[in-house]
Ligand binder design. Structure first.
Ligand SMILES: [Zn+2]
Length: 448
């Protein structure tokens, strides 16, 4: 993982993620249907994704997999035959999961089915109606103001039929069967930050980690929001117990500061790893407590699972003005922000991957570091003083109970430095790695 952080060309990775977003942007996705499949097929060019199809009607805990929704076309025509609303110009125009309809009606009647944003009159809103049969169009308020009274022909050529809920999954085995979960929702149509940035980042992480030597096994999920997470958990109830750490990935492409939403557990290793990485990043960030509203952490952190899954984003959902509107487009996200988010995620994963416990082999008073060349070898390095401090902390706290993250937190030194000091001390046979779980970890397991 260290090698990955130093060898990755983040600028190029940012460009690559941005291009991926641009490629997926035109596709009309929903919680089911061809748009979701097409998205996964695009990703399969980069990572060996398994595509799962769960039939309509499958009971998943308290929910049922819905009928599959597909769109051929949707428009509203004026009496003059002009398409005044056209799904082909923007897939946001159609309320997602609209039932089919073809009829003529007055503008007054049509208005009951039109959604606008009066406060942002140039934007098209994004609306869905997954679980209530209805139909509608979304339109910029400015456009609506230009519509003349009269009769309009309304056509929604959609199908809502028995089919399947589709999701993508990639399992990348590491040395341990314990898993790290990286999950994103992939059910929004042409929306960049809320949806596509998460997809692009998870796909890029999967692509990069394939080439790394990994301690943990990794599970990457591309699922429809809410129903996808519920479905995955229902099908994989036992497998879910392998998840040691997880992050829900979304809204990682805007230039805003970082936000971390803690897992329901509040102070799980993932929570501490993210807060530590953010604290030493030099970047602006905010940490929030868990709440049962948001993305799929709601399901992963439901009491029956209570997984250690938090969510690391930039500006959170609902807090940027372009959220769920046509302005969440290719201008809102940028390669630099995506690259920064990618690096932050890798910093977090590096901590998880390397967070071991060690036993000091010379615990009675300090070992003589100078005699072993551990002081001399540091001469000239700009952070030599800090590295010496890190060695002293690691030696002092490596009693088999404290992890490297414990030591980094207590010493307020960056994890990377603590890890580097540890490697040096192991090389000089002053430390050995503990393979037994610590009492502290066992207590945590019992508590959860
Ligand atoms: Zn959303």
């Amino acid at each position: 993982m260290d090698a990955l952080l130093t060898s990755t060309d983040f600028a190029a990775a940012g460009d690559c993620m941005y291009r991926q977003i641009a490629e997926l942007y035109p596709i009309c996705r929903s919680i089911t249907g061809e748009g979701f499949r097409e998205t996964l097929r695009c990703l399969r060019g980069r990572i060996p994704l398994d595509i799962h199809e769960i039939p309509t009607g499958t009971q998943v805990f308290d929910w049922t997999v819905p009928r599959e929704w597909n769109v051929r076309d949707a428009w509203v025509k004026s009496q003059a035959g002009e398409k005044v609303i056209d799904f082909r110009r923007s897939n946001l125009h159609l309320v997602n999961y609209s039932v089919p309809i073809h009829r003529k009606m007055s503008l007054a009647d049509l208005r009951d089915h039109l959604h606008t944003l009066p406060d942002a009159p140039e934007r098209i809103p994004y609306r869905t109606s997954y679980y209530k049969e209805s139909w509608g169009f979304c339109i910029a308020a400015d456009e609506l103001a230009r519509l003349q009274d009269g009769e309009y022909e309304v056509c929604i050529d959609t199908t809502l039929e028995e089919g399947a809920l589709t999701y993508g999954e990639y399992y990348l085995p590491g040395r341990r069967s314990d898993e790290v979960l990286l999950s994103c929702h992939a059910c929004h149509p042409s929306l960049c930050n809320d949806n596509l940035s998460g997809i692009a980042l998870v796909a890029k992480l999967a692509e990069l980690l394939q080439a790394a030597s990994l301690e943990y096994s990794y599970r990457f999920l591309f699922i429809p929001g809410t129903i996808g997470a519920i479905t995955w958990l229902a099908i994989n109830e036992l497998q879910a117990s392998q998840i040691r750490h997880g992050l829900v990935v979304a809204c990682v492409g805007d230039s805003g500061k970082y936000y971390y939403k803690r897992s329901r557990r509040g102070n799980a290793e993932i929570d501490r790893a993210v807060v530590h990485a953010l604290s030493h990043s030099g970047k602006e960030f905010e940490v929030r407590e868990f709440s049962p509203y948001g993305y799929d952490e709601r399901q992963f952190c439901s009491p029956g699972f209570n997984l250690a899954v938090g969510s690391l984003t930039r500006t959170p959902h609902g807090e940027f003005p372009q959220y769920h509107t046509s302005a969440d487009n290719l201008d809102l996200v940028n390669p630099q922000a995506l690259a920064g988010s990618l690096e932050m995620y890798l910093q977090v994963l590096r901590i998880l991957e390397s967070n071991a416990r060690f036993q000091n082999q010379n615990p009675c008073c300090e070992p003589q570091l100078g005699r072993r060349g551990l002081y001399r070898s540091l001469g000239g390095l700009p952070d030599a003083g800090q590295l010496e401090m890190a060695m002293l902390w690691v030696l002092n706290l490596s009693d088999g109970q404290h992890s490297l993250l414990d030591i980094a937190e207590r010493s307020q030194l960056p994890f990377e430095l603590v890890h580097r000091a540890t490697a040096s001390l192991v090389e000089h046979e002053l430390l050995t790695e503990c393979t037994e779980p610590s009492l502290h970890n066992i207590e945590q397991e019992i508590a959860t």
